[in-house]
Design a protein around this ligand. Structure first.
Ligand code: CMP
Length: 139
C-alpha cells in the first residue's frame, strides 16, 4: 500500500482533559508522520460546513456546539494505508464499542464526545486537510 495521508482533530473534550500529549504520543508510536498541525478553534460556521454531511441528523446542533466550545488540535498524518490504519487506531465511533487499546477506548467518554476525528476516505482526507491548512502549512 502506498504512503498516503489522513486528517485528524483532537476534539475539545480531549484538549480540555489534557490528553493532547498522550494522544500524539500514541499516534507517533503507531508510525504516523505529522505533516501539519495546529491548535485552533472552529467557529459555528466552520463546524456547520465541516459536518455538512450530518446536517439532517438529530445530533447536528449538539455536534456543532461541542466542536466549537473550545480549541482543537488539527493535524495531517502520513503513513502507508493512513486512512484505514488511523481509523483502526482510533477505534469505533462509540467508545463503548471501541477495541481495547484504541484512542477512543482510552480517552473518550461517549459517542457524541469521542475525543478524536479520523477521515473516512482518501477523498475526504484531502477535503478536510484543505479546510484547515494551506499548502504552505504542510511539511
Ligand atoms: P466523527 O465520526 O469524528 O464525526 C461525526 C461526529 O458526530 C462523530 O464523530 C461524533 O462526534 C458525532 N456523532 C456521530 N454519531 C452520533 C450519535 N449517534 N449521537 C451523537 N453524536 C454522534
Amino acid at each position: 500500500m502506498a504512503k498516503n495521508r489522513t486528517f485528524t482533530m483532537l476534539k475539545p473534550d480531549a484538549v480540555e482533559k489534557g490528553h493532547i500529549g498522550a494522544i500524539l504520543e500514541k499516534i507517533s508510536a503507531s508510525g504516523f508522520r505529522i505533516v501539519a498541525m495546529k491548535l485552533t478553534q472552529m467557529t459555528t460556521k466552520d463546524a456547520q460546513n465541516f459536518y455538512a454531511v450530518h446536517s439532517e441528523r438529530p445530533f447536528f446542533a449538539d455536534l456543532v456546539e461541542y466542536m466549537t466550545r473550545g480549541p482543537i488540535v488539527a493535524a495531517i498524518l502520513e503513513k502507508d494505508n493512513a486512512v484505514e490504519d488511523f481509523r483502526t487506531l482510533i477505534g469505533a465511533t462509540n467508545p463503548a464499542d471501541a477495541a481495547e487499546g484504541t484512542i477512543r477506548k482510552m480517552f473518550a467518554d461517549s459517542i457524541s464526545e469521542n475525543a478524536v476525528h479520523g477521515s473516512d476516505s482518501d477523498e475526504n482526507a484531502f477535503i478536510e486537510s484543505a479546510f484547515h491548512f494551506s499548502g504552505r502549512e504542510m511539511f
